[in-house]
Design a protein around this ligand. Structure first.
Ligand SMILES: O=C(CO)COP(=O)(O)O
Length: 255
């Protein structure tokens, strides 16, 4: 996990989304073994379905596994939900919150996401808060305003680089094979960095800002070279060790 020192090690995180059953535990092991060979220079983690965390962590004590969401309450009458304590109890070391697929599909608000992030931190998990604009918002010239608003409202006041990372994921780049221009990524990451520093002082420089959206082995060298891109959040290209490895290799080169 990133230790919060600038001249930051890259942080490469896979998000398996709603993919994976016990038949895929061997692939998770293959990814962990591959990632461990880059561990001297790259931090990495894999966010897998909650149902697999316990079995995967009992096989992979050395590799960082995470969840993809958590509830903001510790326990109670929330049928079907998983709390941060439950993720931690299963062996997770981190969780995503606020992914655009949850913001859109489950109507999650910035206030919900802030509560989830705080709950996860209280449970001892590291947290990646996801933000990103839709294509309509970008085309309307509102991308910066939307994303900075999400960061402002979904990041808790108590945030620190010892537990928080941000993932900038333009919604229109997710799973589409399209990525933004380098200059657009640079502008957004710079703006997020400025906001974090204005709010959290020098520690804001140490909060990792990941890029996500159609990152793969071909475009990772270019994306990871952009200033303030401290790593990646990868969907499709994290599903196998073969596809994920070139991204870790690119991160190792650019660290
Ligand atoms: O949503 C993402 C990661 O959280 C990105 O997904 P893809 O890498 O499949 O575009």
């Amino acid at each position: 996990m990133p230790n919060g020192s600038r001249a930051m090690r890259k942080f490469i995180v896979g998000n398996w989304k709603m993919n994976g059953t016990s038949a895929d535990l061997a692939e998770i092991e293959a990814i962990a073994a591959m990632a461990t060979s880059y561990a001297a220079s790259v931090d990495s983690a894999l966010c897998i379905p909650a149902t697999l965390i316990d079995r995967a962590t009992s096989r992979l004590l050395e590799y960082t596994l995470g969840g993809q969401d958590c509830h903001m309450q510790v326990s109670g009458a929330h049928t079907g939900c998983v709390s941060a304590e439950m993720l931690a109890d299963a062996g997770a070391a981190l969780t995503l919150v606020g992914h655009s697929e949850r913001r859109a599909g489950q109507n999650e608000t910035d206030a919900d996401i802030r509560g989830k992030a705080q709950a996860a931190q209280n449970a001892g998990l590291k947290v990646i808060i996801c933000v990103g604009e839709t294509l309509e918002e970008r085309d309307a010239g509102q991308a910066l305003e939307i994303v900075l608003g999400q960061v402002q409202k979904s990041v808790p006041d108590e945030a620190g680089s010892d537990w928080l990372s941000i993932a900038y994921e333009p919604v229109w780049a997710i799973g589409t094979g399209r990525i933004p221009e380098d200059s657009d990524v640079a502008e957004m990451h710079w703006a997020i960095r400025e906001q974090l520093v204005a709010r959290f002082g020098p520690d804001g420089k140490n909060i990792s800002i990941l890029y996500g959206g159609s990152m793969n082995g071909d475009n990772a060298p270019m994306l990871l070279a952009i200033p303030n891109v401290d790593g990646g959040l990868i969907g499709g290209a994290s599903l196998t060790a073969t596809k994920f490895e070139p991204i870790l290799a690119a991160a190792a080169k650019s660290s």
